[in-house]
Design a protein around this ligand. Structure first.
Ligand code: ATP
Ligand code: MG
Length: 352
């Protein structure tokens, strides 16, 4: 936690598309918190497809160095992906997660007005391991007498499972229900998923944790049944923790429960750095029209601040966003409203 620091340095990487429209809104919301955040300082940084077409590099070294050496945290917008594979281009967000060792992807999914939406009451957090599993991308392709044969290998380590598990327990412990569900498929993959499951389970009784997670209840779900139950009875979930691939799928599935992508925030967190990032992409279909929903980015800022220990500031941002959604007077077209990004931002600022 850096909550005791005298100033908070925040890197801003709007990158491409609507990122350039929604990240400034998140910045304005943080500034509006006033003394809840001691002296926020913003540092503008570049990355993304446009940066690549201009300079030949999608993630300049300078951006990484400044994040590492000068910033406490960052907000990342979205990147456009080229429609075909381009030599030399790879996603800067994937590279940033690696370079800053942001091993956890944390995505809360909350329905604010279930009675209005006629949707189930969802209030859960997906905690996804972000560095290993099938995403180590160790693939081989060989020719055999019977045709081609492709293989991928999957890495699960005790170290990565323990640190993601620790973060999941911490999150669960800070919530009213204190309930953690471990997602796996150890009936089929007993070695890899078995290690993940046992390691996460073991965290509760680690001597180093000194009983602080005694109040957290643990459940388990096989990933297939977890998806089924997520759609049937999402209210049974509080915090879900999963290896990379299952977490990827579950977090998108959960997002579908609350309507617009324009509402869902995330953070990429490590031991030394946290980066807020709205879940949506660059939304080329609405880019430049001034109608992108800024709420996912404002919520990402809240999540980032919460992770750093600025609980009051985070609460005020979340409350302001929720009031604007409930009142329904200022909403962007993705939520069936007619307001612009700027009008929604102003509504949030007035609530703050
Ligand atoms: P990318 O390749 O960058 O992910 P995409 O075409 O997949 O781009 P997304 O950004 O993933 O687009 O968005 C999917 C759909 O959701 C689009 O129709 C987009 O307009 C809509 N959408 C996403 N984010 C927002 C937002 N913040 N406000 C309004 N609509 C959004
Ligand atoms: Mg997309």
């Amino acid at each position: 936690s850096v909550a005791a620091k005298q100033s908070l340095k925040i890197g801003l990487i709007p990158a491409d598309g609507i990122g350039k429209e929604v990240i400034p809104a998140a910045k304005a919301a943080i500034i509006a918190l006033g003394s809840d955040i001691p002296k926020p300082e913003f540092i503008d940084l570049v990355a993304g497809w446009e940066t690549f077409t201009r300079t030949g590099v999608a993630l300049p070294d300078e951006t990484v160095e400044i994040l590492r050496n000068e910033c406490d945290c960052a907000l990342f917008g979205s990147v456009s992906s080229p429609s075909r594979k381009v030599v030399g281009y790879s996603s800067p967000i994937v590279a940033l997660r690696k370079k800053l060792d942001l091993y956890a992807n944390i995505r809360p999914v909350v329905s604010v007005a279930p009675e209005v939406d006629q949707k189930p009451a969802v209030d859960l957090i997906v905690v996804r391991e972000n560095t290993e599993c099938l995403y180590v991308k160790e693939e081989t392709l060989i020719d055999t007498p019977n045709g081609k044969e492709a293989r991928a290998s999957r890495l699960i380590t005790e170290r990565a499972s323990r640190r993601i598990g620790q973060m999941a327990f911490q999150l669960a412990n800070a919530r009213p229900r204190k309930h953690l569900t471990i997602i796996h498929k150890s009936n089929v993959l007993s070695v890899t998923d078995g290690l993940f499951r046992e390691t996460v389970r073991g965290i509760k009784s680690l001597p180093a944790n000194d009983g602080k997670f005694n109040g957290v209840t643990i459940a388990e779900q096989l990933v297939d049944s977890a998806v089924y139950r997520l759609f049937r009875e999402p209210e049974i979930f509080d915090v879900m923790v999963a290896p990379n691939l299952y977490g990827d799928i579950i977090s998108d599935a959960a997002a579908a429960l609350v309507g617009s992508l324009g509402l869902i925030p995330s953070i990429n967190a490590g031991d030394n750095f946290v980066m807020g990032e709205p879940v949506h992409g660059s939304a080329p279909d609405i880019e430049g029209k001034g109608i992108a929903n800024p709420l996912a980015s404002i919520r990402s800022a809240a999540l980032m601040l919460r992770h750093l220990g600025y609980t009051e500031g985070a609460d005020r941002l979340d409350l302001a966003v929720n009031q604007v959604i409930r009142e329904g007077r200022f909403l962007t077209p993705d939520l069936k409203g007619t307001s612009t990004t700027e009008e929604v931002l102003q509504a949030v600022l007035s609530k703050i």
